[in-house]
Write a new protein. Structure first.
Lengths: 436, 576
């Protein structure tokens, strides 16, 4: 379903009773019999003591077969859950603030939501979550993995063999570990030459490419990128951060073009690569100029901050989440639910996206005012959607290789990490079957 | 020259120029600050009409025209200045900046070549040109410019600039190679080199070190490597390298060692204190008389800070009765000497020195030393001597120590009163925390005196945990179940846990819970039992205990800590 038609259907669902048959869409609370029994309100404003675990509480309420409501723009994007012993116990153990909401209060709440720029979206089914990561990935090396583990959301790990074998259709939501889909090992090959972790990364990728009958790691990653694009086309939800955002698009646009340095595939990068790119095959970006030096850990001019390219490196500022109309644009509204509108920026190998490199139709969810780059974007491809967030770790703005892992129990109210978890719950609002 | 340094030149020069108001660059600077760039530019232009080589005004004009986005308008003034003095380095810099800002690579190259032709001995044009190219992302062209400079001025003249270029592009190994060349050619480059390479990211450091050290035979290279290791907080390795490369000339060697000791002082770690101790001890051997004695005393202090009391004592033994006759020097040094003696356990000797020097010490030093001596006696178990050392001291620090003495005698009533008088800020933060903890414990004990409890706590303070725990358990069992027994048992269990004596701790903690499962000690006992289970890898039990704590004692201050441990046991956050 295209985004417009999805939204039209969503808008329709606000006005008419539940649709029957076919692909159901996110349903408004108005579809339900009212008044409800006593509920638990999980506030997501400054009264919440652990925002991140609140997502886990909601997710697990869904896995137990219950439903939940996401009250968009209401108290920071709060949740309304059934008041049962299991949820209360989990909230107490996790330190998540909950408030008892009587039937009368819920009716009052619905009145408030109807009157303002708010909406209530029914969450029906906990999405099956996969994280694309190499089997030897350090457990604390990826913000999404950390967020999922901290919140207590179950996920599976998939990697190249599973993607190439078409196994992504087992999952409704896929996150890309900060992979370099150009097959150049994040261009750390020269800088960290001899480091054991890099040696292992090269060995693992090379072995996998050979095992799958592909000539080089660059070819392997292109095949994986195509597999992921197919997954999205068929209705999957893709979320990517850091380098994965920029490099998956480069890999997709570089079909038939050598964009990998000689150290990676044995042949130098095509000097005419920039001109030969086919951006109609990519998801989010277009017209980028590729970085041709193998010594500079940067891939193209898509990234606005260029953290590892000192002459072009830009300082960190803060980015601002857009305020969408909850009733008209529920999808972007879900993705930007937060108790803070302005969030300190954080570096990644890809930190941000130059506005001029975005394809028409891409929805900008957050940007830095006055800067030529944006931070957080969303779009549709085929029947699915993709969401890209620049940067590596919202609570470690200058993350370096070898830094200690982020302990999220010290950042339970992180607005940056909330953006990640918004993405995990977003598919729960859209019930449908994936093609297999 | 960077704009900031240009501004500094301007400020200095502005004060010296006796110009009328409308031609005073200081007035123009003020106008710049107000954002009145047109007005400021008018003054700078007037000055330059009269004095084409006034670089203060030229820099000012460059700044204001940059703000007004009319930078090319500076060029006529640059040309006039160069017509008067073609080899004026600062004017050439302005010319280069302006051309690079308003023109492209060809303009920059033309400006740089002109600059090189006018000042053929200067490395600056190569550096500025290469940096500009690198900032544009043209690293290959930047390297070609550096090669050109090398071919004309020699490797050593260009090396520091090439190193800066490599640092800017994160090529640490190449930067290290250039800096090595620069330091070999000119020892004064050592400090900028180490300052630059100090920023090397950890994964690259060993590679940089290998490059800097070469084969490790040259003393200058070893000193360079030592500087880097010290910058990277590896002080003991740094000292080993420096010591092995000290020059034969004692005065020069002493200078290097003194500098090392000063740098190591900035790192507040036991390793840095130990390295400093070694360096100062070596300094004592390189000097004589009062300076040697002072170095030895400082070395003893450093070793004491590092917890190396035997080394501190060894140095104290080598000190003369007391060295300094210089007014003002003796008392401060003696205060250090006494502190080191007390820390090293030679309390009687320290006290003797104190009595001898008391009248000459500053009131602050004297008060601090009384507390040091008193505490040292307490840790020896000599409570009476500790009390006598404090005398009639009525400071809050003394009140705290009087409180500990009363506590260890079992005089709980007096201890409570003294601790309250001391308040929460007296003495070190660590001790203040311990005091608050103990005050909370004895507030729960329903008795004015408890000599056995005092003895147990004293033994614990002296470091004999096993004996202390046994004594505390006996003391606890004499108290009413809800009148301190559970609290003292839980305290003893926690002390045993900290010492790793889990087998001793578990029954005490369980007994505490059995005595009073609803009292304030209960959450602590449950938490400690959970922590023991977690440490032993018994995760199911740890999870059960932590869940019990969170659900049964939701108001306890330990709940956030319990949640954190629960996350760690479940593997949802990294272990710390």
């Amino acid at each position: 379903m295209k985004r417009r038609s999805f939204l039209a259907a969503l808008a329709a669902s606000l006005a008419w009773p539940r649709r029957s048959g076919g692909q159901a869409v996110a349903r408004s609370v108005w579809d339900h019999d009212r008044p409800t029994a006593q509920s638990l309100l999980v506030p997501m404003d400054d009264r919440q003591s652990d925002h991140l675990k609140a997502y886990g509480i909601t997710y697990r309420a869904l896995t137990r077969g219950g439903t939940a409501e996401w009250l968009l723009n209401h108290r920071g994007g709060s949740f309304l859950l059934p008041d049962d012993a299991a949820t209360r116990r989990e909230a107490a153990l996790a330190g998540v603030s909950v408030e008892t909401a009587s039937a009368v209060r819920v009716v009052d709440l619905r009145g408030t939501i109807q009157a303002g720029n708010m909406d209530a979206v029914l969450l029906e089914k906990a999405p099956k979550v996969a994280v694309y990561a190499p089997p030897n990935a350090a457990p604390w090396d990826d913000a999404v993995t950390m967020a999922l583990q901290y919140a207590g959301i179950e996920f599976a790990k998939v990697w190249d063999p599973e993607v190439v074998a078409g196994r992504l259709t087992d999952y409704e939501w896929l996150h890309l570990h900060h992979e370099d889909f150009t097959g150049q090992f994040s261009k750390f090959f020269l800088t960290y030459s001899g480091s054991p972790w890099l040696t292992e990364m090269v060995r693992l990728n090379t072995t996998t490419a050979r095992a799958l009958g592909l000539a080089s790691v660059a070819d392997l990653k292109k095949a994986v990128a195509r597999g992921i694009r197919t997954y999205v086309e068929q209705g999957g939800f893709l979320f990517a951060m850091c380098t994965a955002t920029e490099t998956i698009d480069i890999a997709l646009a570089a079909e038939g073009v050598d964009v990998a340095a000689q150290y990676s595939d044995g042949t130098p990068m095509d000097p005419d690569a920039t001109r030969r790119m086919r951006w109609d095959r990519s998801l989010a970006f277009q017209g980028a100029r590729l970085e041709t030096s193998p010594a500079i850990a940067s891939f193209s001019d898509i990234d606005g901050h260029q953290v590892n390219n000192p002459p072009r490196r830009q300082p960190l500022g803060a980015f601002q989440l857009f305020n969408f109309s909850a009733k008209i644009d529920p999808v972007p509204t879900m993705l930007v639910q937060s108790h803070r509108r302005v969030i300190p920026d954080f570096y990644g190998l890809t930190t941000s996206f130059m506005r001029e490199r975005l394809k028409p139709g891409v929805t900008v969810l957050a940007d830095e005012q006055g800067a030529p780059w944006v931070k957080y974007v969303h779009g549709e491809h085929g029947k699915g959607t993709w969401t890209f967030l620049g940067g590596h770790d919202p609570e470690d703005p200058q993350h370096q290789i070898g830094d200690p892992p982020t302990d999220l129990s010290l950042h339970p109210n992180s607005p940056g990490y909330r953006l990640i978890l918004n993405n995990v719950l977003f598919p729960a609002a859209k019930k449908r079957e994936l093609k297999t | 020259m960077a704009v900031r340094s240009a501004l500094a030149v301007l400020l200095l020069a502005a004060g010296a120029l006796p110009a009328p108001a409308q031609t005073n660059p200081a007035t123009a600077l003020e106008l710049e600050r107000q954002g009145r760039y047109e007005d400021a530019g008018r003054i700078y232009r007037t000055v330059l009409q009269a004095e084409p080589l006034n670089v203060v005004a030229l820099f000012g004009l460059e700044r204001v025209y940059a703000e007004l986005e009319r930078l090319d308008a500076v060029m006529p003034y640059v040309r006039r200045a160069l017509a008067q003095q073609p080899a004026h380095g600062l004017v050439r810099e302005v010319q280069f900046r302006v051309w690079t800002a308003v023109g492209g690579a060809d303009s920059a190259a033309a400006a740089a070549r002109g600059w090189i032709a006018a000042l053929p001995e200067s490395a600056l044009p190569y550096r500025e040109w290469a940096l500009w190219l690198a900032r544009r992302g043209d690293g290959a062209a930047a390297r070609r410019v550096m090669d050109l400079g090398r071919s004309r001025l020699g490797v050593a003249a260009i090396a520091p600039h090439a190193a800066g270029l490599h640092v800017a592009s994160g090529e640490w190994a190449l930067a290290a190679g250039e800096w090595r060349l620069a330091v070999q050619a000119d020892e004064s480059q050592l400090r900028p080199a180490s300052a630059d390479l100090a920023r090397t990211p950890p994964p690259w450091r060993d590679a940089v070190l290998r490059i800097v050290l070469g084969r490790g035979l040259d003393p200058d290279e070893r000193r360079f490597a030592s500087e880097l290791l010290l910058e990277w907080a590896r002080p003991e390795e740094a000292w080993t390298l420096l010591e092995a490369s000290l020059p034969r000339d004692p005065a020069r060697a002493a200078g290097l060692v003194r500098r090392f000791a000063e740098q190591a002082r900035r790192q507040a770690t036991p390793e840095a204190a130990r390295a400093r101790g070694f360096a100062l001890e070596r300094l004592a051997g390189l000097t004589d008389g009062a300076e040697a004695a002072r170095a030895r005393l400082e070395a003893a202090r450093a070793f004491a800070d590092a917890g190396e009391l035997r080394a501190a004592e060894r140095l104290l033994d080598r000190l003369p009765a007391w060295p300094s006759d210089r007014p003002g020097d003796g008392p401060a040094a003696m205060a250090t000497f006494i502190r080191v003696l007390a820390d090293a356990g030679r309390v009687a000797e320290a006290e003797e020195r104190y009595r001898e020097w008391e009248a000459r010490l500053s009131p602050n030093d004297a008060a601090a030393l009384r507390e040091t001596l008193a505490w040292a006696w307490v840790l020896h178990g000599e409570l009476d001597r500790g009390e006598r050392a404090l005398g009639r001291d009525s400071t809050v620090g003394a009140a705290a120590i009087f409180g500990w003495i009363a506590l260890y005698r079992g005089e709980l009533e007096e201890a409570r009163e003294r601790f309250r008088t001391a308040g929460p800020y007296a003495r070190s933060r660590e001790e203040a925390t311990r005091r608050s903890r103990i005050l909370a414990l004895i507030e729960r004990v329903a008795a004015p005196r408890a000599p056995e409890l005092g003895r147990g706590l004293l033994v614990l303070a002296r470091g004999d945990t096993a004996d202390a725990v046994t004594t505390l358990a006996v003391a606890a069992r004499r108290l009413p179940a809800t009148g301190g027994r559970a609290d003292v048992l839980a305290f003893a269990g926690e002390a045993a846990t900290h010492a790793g004596a889990y087998a001793l701790a578990i029954p005490l903690l369980q007994e505490a819970l059995g005595a009073d499962s609803a009292g304030p000690a209960a959450p602590g006992a449950v938490y400690t039992l959970a922590a023991i289970a977690a440490a032993r890898g018994e995760h199911l039990e740890a999870v059960a205990r932590l869940e019990q704590l969170i659900l049964s004692y939701p108001e306890s201050a330990l709940v956030p800590q319990a949640r954190r441990l629960l996350d760690q046991v479940r593997g949802t956050i990294p272990s710390s």
